[in-house]
Design a protein around this ligand. Structure first.
Ligand SMILES: [Zn+2]
Ligand SMILES: [Zn+2]
Length: 920
């Protein structure tokens, strides 16, 4: 047995280097049977290290190099101390310790003796590096204090306490040697076993130059980094023993030093044996429960809600009840009853508070139960959405119920969920990576490409250009999965250019390759919330942000790996503008029957889709025209087909041809599944059903075909399925054709059908949900254009869009009034002129007028009445905020035109110009 225990990864940010899977691979290559992880003050990397070690077949030893204070004092950094989990109890205590420490953190969580006493079970403690408390006592000749400390640790951890001896020099000569001797002395005195540790901060020896760059990027002293870390790579087996012997043979004599080294190796083996192999694998999926409800209570509650919902919707009919019954059966069998109750609870909480919620997204739209519970607004019977795309007995994966909430208020929903399940819920971290821009920018500063400190402007400018060129070059080597093809970049067609830049700028591109994709910082995931059954610390450690919000230290993928259920509470800007339209029109929700409104469908057909969610692009307008859109199904199909795969394969043309008079073979066995799309396979749902019922594939095999299809391009799909055939000995293509022929198709038909399954298809449920949003927007556009355009202009993303929307509004016959001190608010508004609602541009629509000035003018007007003349305006408003520059701008733009006729004349001229521009 052999273990590299005290080890840092990329999660020791600015100080550690190396991804878990690379480190585990290297450890395996070097012959290690176990690999530790002990990042500075955090447990972010545990899941990845666990996974990486399991993959290569070595034992992960999960820990942290935390910060400890023998006597707690606020604003003190603490001394290093390492803890490692022996088993699941230890892992959970580690999480608890980190969370308790987080409450008194200073840069990092701070541990105290009290905390260690409370949570020591299942944990191995080792004394860490020269920055440990006892080591510092030794450095400062305070042995009595070191003794007291060691005694207390021994009392807490007993035989699970180990003294670390690090046979590596540090930048200050002789100090580590002194510490080692002192530590060995203490160990003997208190009968504690010593272990040799490398405290390594990177994997490969030759990564040091980049590691050094990373430090200097963060303003660390180069000489210190060199002195302390140059040797801290993952040591080959027995290297530490040799180092110890060399370092201390003078102190202990040849024979004794050798003996000690071997003893310490044996101690490490003992430690390794104490640790269980698969700790995180023991974290079983436990779906969260809602409150204290028993399974039976939950079941009764979901049935009650479904019935009540169907009644409320006026759809308590045999067909709907039967479908819900079938779905509930699957939901219950798969154990997702509480999951549905939880989602329904927060969605309806939001709706009760007038927080605008999207009609549904993703395959949950295929679920009638979700519709009955008011989780979605998509009636899956009406829109022909197959439940099996969402959930089946044989597909046990946790259902993804992702929903859109209005952007500005989804935080309230997240707060509600977290508040409702205290101790069981948290937000989610994200890992911010070194990407092209931030990496090159940071490296440039330390590789001789400075852009601000350089003395002359010319050089700064040249450097800026070079940085741009380097970025463009490396981007060329970005692969589909987001990684960089290092080998091609360094040795391919651009190798000469790379060499020139590397030589001139301190190997900048080589460093880039090594840094790219590593963790730079820990961020937050804006939509994710996780819920566990019982204490969340059983699964993950928690950190706090400045506001006291709780975050899992893991990101979504890692949480998924350890079986935690997440809920996505997404923000969608469109829901915000829809919410505002609803208020203006005076409705609470969209009348779903309007999806069949011919006036709306005509607008789609005519390509009148400027400002309409999902359909602003020219390709969408083209499809609407091509297929002569005249029903909601056509809108949904357009949404599905308006993507590179289907467009490239001529799917819309096929659809149009079939719809508008082409001869569709209604006798084939696929027709019943493709009737709604005139014989074309547009949707994933159709793909699955055809695979199973025409091609005789198993459901899981149909899922595989879908997975291949999702890649978007036929060649990719074929490659993936070929690989599956190779690996598993089942050729799905052949199986499909064989069965389809058996089911009555000719071989040609079967082959043709198979081919059509490989063209990218789309989730119909998702498309239907999103098209309801588009229909609702179109409804306001056609029936309440003044409100529609007001909201669109208000939420325009930028000036270009604002101008476009103004033009379109004029084209729609809206009268747009120019900014005026007597009529305008800071932003666009609606006001009545001669009984008609008109759009009044805001004062801030004048370039150069800021919020302060605009608000000051509005407040004065609302307080003391309209301005009667230029002088009146100056008397009442001119000052520090509404200064001369503002007055000039207002005047130039006609906002101070007090002759009403003249103002109207200007407005008319403006609208005429807009109208003709839009018509062109
Ligand atoms: Zn340390
Ligand atoms: Zn360390």
């Amino acid at each position: 047995m052999s273990c590299d225990l005290h080890r840092h990864t990329e999660f020791s940010r600015f100080d550690g280097f190396g991804k878990a899977h690379n480190l585990a691979k290297l450890a395996k290559e070097l012959g290690y049977t176990a690999l530790g992880v002990s990042d500075h003050g955090n447990t972010n990397g545990l899941v990845q290290m666990h996974d990486a070690c399991q993959r290569v077949g070595i034992k992960p030893i999960l820990g942290v190099e935390g910060y400890f204070l023998p006597v707690y004092k606020a604003q003190e950094r603490g001394y290093h101390l390492c803890l490692f989990a022996k088993d699941l109890v230890g892992y959970r205590n580690l999480n608890a310790l980190q969370f308790e420490g987080e409450k008194q953190k200073y840069y990092n969580p701070i541990w105290t003796f009290e905390l260690l006493e409370k949570y020591h079970e299942g944990l191995i403690c080792s004394t860490a590096c020269i920055a440990g408390y006892s080591a510092q006592c030794i450095v400062n000749d305070k042995m009595p204090q070191a003794r007291k400390y060691m005694q207390k640790l021994k009392d807490i951890f007993g035989d699970d306490l180990y003294v670390e001896v690090q046979p590596y020099v540090v930048s200050e000569a002789g100090v580590q040697e002194k510490v080692n001797i002192g530590m060995i002395e203490l160990a003997e005195e208190f009968d504690i076993k010593c272990i040799l540790t490398s405290d390594s901060h990177r994997g490969e020896k030759d990564e040091f130059d980049t590691y050094l760059k990373m430090h200097t990027m963060n303003n660390h002293d180069e000489a210190w980094v060199r002195g302390t870390y140059e040797e801290r790579y993952m040591p080959p087996l027995m290297e530490m023993e040799k180092r110890f012997y060399k370092m201390h043979r003078g102190d202990y004599g040849d024979k004794q030093a050798k003996k000690m080294a071997l003893e310490m190796q044996a101690n490490m083996e003992e430690l390794e044996a104490k640790v269980e192999q698969d700790i995180l694998g023991q974290l079983k999926l436990q779906l969260p429960k809602i409150g204290e409800l028993s399974d039976e209570d939950s079941w009764n509650e979901i049935v009650r809600q479904v019935k009540a919902g169907l009644k409320k919707r006026g759809q308590y009919t045999k067909e709907y009840i039967q479908r819900c019954k079938e779905e509930l059966d699957v939901i219950k069998k798969n154990g997702f009853v509480d999951y549905f109750l939880i989602v329904a609870d927060y969605v309806n909480w939001a709706k009760d508070r007038d927080i605008c919620v999207g009609p549904g997204r993703g395959s949950v739209c295929n679920c009638l139960v979700a519709y009955a519970m008011y989780i979605t607004e998509v009636d899956s019977i009406r829109f022909g959405l197959d439940f099996r795309r969402f959930m089946r007995y044989d597909k046990k994966a946790i259902p993804d119920i992702d929903l859109d909430f209005e952007m500005d208020r989804r935080g309230e929903v997240i707060d509600y969920v977290i508040g409702k399940y205290p101790g069981q819920s948290a937000r989610v971290s994200s890992y911010g990576l070194y990407q092209v821009d931030n990496t090159i920018n940071s490296l440039a500063k330390v590789c001789g490409l400075d852009t601000d400190k350089t003395v002359d402007d010319h050089e700064a400018k040249t450097n800026k250009d070079t940085i741009k060129e380097i970025k463009a070059l490396v981007r060329k080597y970005k692969l589909e999965d987001g990684s960089i093809d290092d080998d091609a970049l360094l040795n391919g067609a651009d190798a000469d250019q790379v060499r020139v830049w590397n030589k001139k700028y301190d190997n900048i591109i080589t460093h880039f390759c090594k840094l790219f994709g590593k963790v730079q910082f820990i961020g937050t995931h804006s939509a994710g919330v996780v819920l566990t059954s019982g204490d969340i610390l059983q699964y993950t450690s928690i950190r706090l942000d400045k506001e006291g919000n709780l975050y899992s230290t893991y990101n979504l993928e890692d949480l998924n790996d350890i079986n935690i259920v997440k809920f996505d509470i997404l923000g969608l800007k469109t829901m915000q503008s829809i919410g505002e339209c609803r208020k203006l029109v005076g409705v609470k929700e969209f009348d779903i029957n309007l999806v069949d409104d011919q006036k709306l469908l005509q607008a789609f057909r005519e390509g009148n889709t400027c400002g309409i969610f999902q359909f602003e692009k020219a390709t969408a307008k083209r499809i609407f025209d091509e297929i002569q859109c005249d029903c909601f199904e056509d809108v949904v199909a357009t949404c599905a087909m308006n993507r590179p795969g289907p467009l490239g394969q001529g799917m819309p043309e096929q659809y149009a041809e079939n719809k508008l008079g082409g001869a569709i073979d209604q006798d084939t066995s696929t027709y019943q599944y493709t009737k709604a799309t005139y014989g074309t396979v547009v949707y994933q749902e159709q793909l699955l059903l055809i695979c199973v019922f025409v091609g005789g594939l198993e459901w899981f095999e149909a899922d595989l075909v879908l997975k291949a299809n999702k890649h978007g391009f036929k060649e990719r799909a074929v490659a993936i399925l070929n690989k599956y055939a190779e690996d598993n000995g089942v050729d799905l293509h052949k199986k499909f054709v064989k069965n389809a022929v058996k089911n009555g198709m000719t071989k040609e038909q079967a082959e043709g059908t198979w081919n059509s399954l490989l063209v990218y298809s789309f989730n119909k449920g998702h498309a239907a949900g999103y098209c309801i949003i588009s229909m609702e927007e179109m409804y306001y556009k056609i029936y309440y254009p003044q409100f529609f355009w007001y909201v669109k202009i208000k939420y325009a993303r930028n000036d270009t869009e604002k101008v476009e929307f103004n033009n379109e509004a004029a084209k729609d016959g809206e009268v747009i009034f120019l900014p005026h001190v007597n009529y305008s608010k800071p932003h666009v508004s609606i006001r009545k002129v001669d009984g008609e609602e008109v759009l009044q541009q805001g004062l801030m629509d004048i370039k150069g007028i800021g919020e302060k000035a605009a608000t000051a003018i509005r407040m004065e007007r609302e307080k003391n009445g309209v301005f009667t003349s230029f002088d009146d305006f100056l008397d009442r408003c001119a000052g520090r905020v509404v200064h001369k520059g503002v007055v000039n701008l207002l005047s130039e733009q006609g906002a101070l035109e007090f002759n009403k006729k003249m103002y109207i004349k200007r407005v008319t001229a403006y609208n005429t110009a807009l109208y003709s521009r839009a018509r062109r």
